[in-house]
Design a protein around this ligand. Structure first.
Ligand code: PRP
Ligand code: URA
Length: 209
């Protein structure tokens, strides 16, 4: 397993954009998708390839093609904000869904929806679970539990902003998965929000508060 904190000037710049409290829904959504694209570029850099013979207008040649299926699984709601950005980079990916909502008192996630494609269980499938916020880590652990029960063999998790406790919790529960994070923040506050963070990501993406 690896934990990768992405170190890229454009990612840092765009993360600053979404942290600003004055950033409105349209720009917030656009920046989240752009960061997700940059992350997908990095996450997919060692995806398996196979040789294929093709014909250019000039001659036959052996070239490389992706040799895996990719399933993107956003954790609803906020994970939806990353899907288009990842599909821009991996357009052949299929998309599954896991609905989880944190109880505001206990901070424990409650599941309300799961829809995964059958391909998650194939040996050559890479499942990319996405959620912009990794706070206590409870939602990420629950999502990976569900995906493993569906038979997935290779799982990566990507989030935009993480608290140290969230990374530790996910690592301890699922030491076999790779974790990619665009920004590692300081801590959680007493309400379980990431500090400095960006507030409630679902509300800011979908304009619900
Ligand atoms: C947020 C966020 C994560 C979760 C992270 O979702 O999108 O799924 O909290 O917190 P955790 O690491 O402590 O579990 P929320 O439950 O607010 O639902 P929403 O996306 O529908 O707003
Ligand atoms: N969920 C959010 O949307 N933001 C946080 O800071 C923590 C959990």
């Amino acid at each position: 397993m690896t934990v990768v904190i992405l170190n890229h000037s454009m990612i840092k710049h765009k993360i600053t954009n979404i942290r600003k409290k004055e950033t409105k829904t349209k720009d917030f959504y656009q920046n989240v998708n752009e960061i997700a694209s940059l992350m997908a570029f990095e996450i997919s850099k060692d995806f398996p390839l196979k040789d294929v013979e093709i014909e250019t207008p000039i001659c036959k040649t052996i070239q490389k093609e992706l040799n895996c299926e990719v399933v993107i699984v956003p954790i609803l709601r906020a994970g939806l904000g990353m899907v288009d950005g990842i599909r821009n980079i991996i357009p052949t990916a299929s998309v599954g869904f896991i609905g989880l909502a944190r109880d505001e008192e206990t901070l424990k996630p409650k599941g309300y929806y799961t829809k995964l494609p059958d391909t998650v269980k194939e040996d050559n499938t890479i499942v990319l679970v996405v959620d912009p916020m990794l706070a206590t880590g409870g939602s990420a652990v629950a999502a990976v539990d569900i995906i493993k029960k569906s038979g997935a063999k290779k799982i990566c998790f990507a989030s935009l902003v993480a608290a140290p406790i969230g990374i530790e919790t996910l690592k301890n529960a699922h030491p076999d998965i790779d974790i990619y994070v665009a920004a590692l923040d300081e801590k959680l506050n007493e309400k379980g929000y990431i500090v400095p963070g960006l507030g409630d990501c679902g509300d800011r993406l979908f304009g619900t508060k």
